[in-house]
Design a binder for this molecule. Structure first.
Ligand SMILES: C[S@@+](CC[C@H](N)C(=O)[O-])C[C@H]1O[C@@H](n2cnc3c(N)ncnc32)[C@H](O)[C@@H]1O
Length: 275
């Protein structure tokens, strides 16, 4: 409990005494109650098993394919160079983050298409990804969202970055693509946040690539919607914030270790040692 905010503690002890469930996906969700639960499985398969128009808001950050690198730095198990201490250099528990770029784009487009199918007519997706320079040329992640209903691109300015390279300016920004159905409206007053969000990256979460809670809090302050889905849930930051904002959540994560980490985090356990 010590690691959760006072607000979360209050919510947990007073209103949410049942432990968070991990649902192991077996090919169907028929008859399964997966609201406020963590579904352990491949998100594309799981989303395909969910009914259309059943989710109001999707907040997600997929793997960035960082191990697929033409450079010298970010290689698996590297102990030298500027990335020696970056946990992400070893990929994720159940995902090596190293696809041929065209396959990565095709995979992510399939995921975004499925997310759009799940949205209610007033729903929105906040899809976070990051441009990269590879073989001297920009991999512009707008390729992933091309042709989908893109309303705006928010620039997330972090306070640091791991991809140092003498050949290009150090990128300190990521992109959040706001894809939405036509009836989606920002919460009243949220336009004041502007399209540049300066929020420090998370440093105390043992997951290799966690969201900062402040980023999700801002999204939830900006976007209404009861049911919030994160199909690449990692350590469960989206659910922690959704609960704080009185929303319901659905998490999907393929690594059993990260599912357990998220469960312990939501239930006030020693989650920082869980994976
Ligand atoms: C960038 S991390 C998300 C971190 C998360 N936002 C947090 O705050 O902890 C991406 C996550 O996607 C998961 N993942 C990779 N491929 C997946 C798949 N096919 N289905 C579900 N999860 C997947 C990885 O295990 C990793 O935890």
């Amino acid at each position: 409990m010590r690691e959760n905010s006072a607000m979360q503690q209050n919510f947990w002890t007073k209103e949410c005494a049942a432990p968070t469930r991990i649902v192991n996906f077996t090919g169907t969700l028929a008859g399964v109650d997966y609201r406020d639960a963590i579904i352990c499985g491949d998100c594309l398969e799981v989303m395909r098993a969910m009914p259309e128009k059943s989710v109001h808001l999707i907040v997600t950050s997929p793997p960035y394919n960082l191990l697929n690198s033409t450079g010298n730095g970010l290689k698996k198990n590297t102990r030298c160079g500027k990335w020696a201490n970056a946990a992400i250099k070893n990929g994720y528990q159940s995902w090596d983050d190293n696809m041929p770029y065209a396959d990565y784009v095709a995979w992510q487009r399939a995921c975004v298409a499925e997310m759009l199918r799940l949205l209610t007519p007033d729903g929105a997706i906040f899809y976070n990804n990051k441009n990269r320079v590879q073989a001297g040329l920009l991999q512009d992640r707008r390729e992933i969202v091309a042709g989908f209903p893109l309303r705006q691109i928010i620039t997330w300015k972090r306070s640091g970055a791991i991809n140092f390279n003498a050949g290009y300016f150090l990128p300190v920004t990521e992109q959040i693509y706001l894809l939405c159905r036509r009836d989606f409206r920002l919460a009243p007053g949220a336009n004041k946040f502007t399209d540049v969000w300066e929020i420090k990256q998370e440093m105390k979460n043992p997951h290799p690539a966690p969201y900062p809670e402040a980023l999700i809090d801002r999204i939830l302050q900006s976007a209404p919607g009861t049911v919030v889905l994160d199909p690449f849930a990692g350590s469960g930051t989206t659910a922690v914030c959704a609960r704080r904002h009185g929303r319901q959540f659905i998490l999907i994560e393929q690594s059993p270790a990260y599912c357990e980490m998220a469960r312990q985090r939501l239930d006030g356990g020693q989650w920082r040692n869980a994976a």
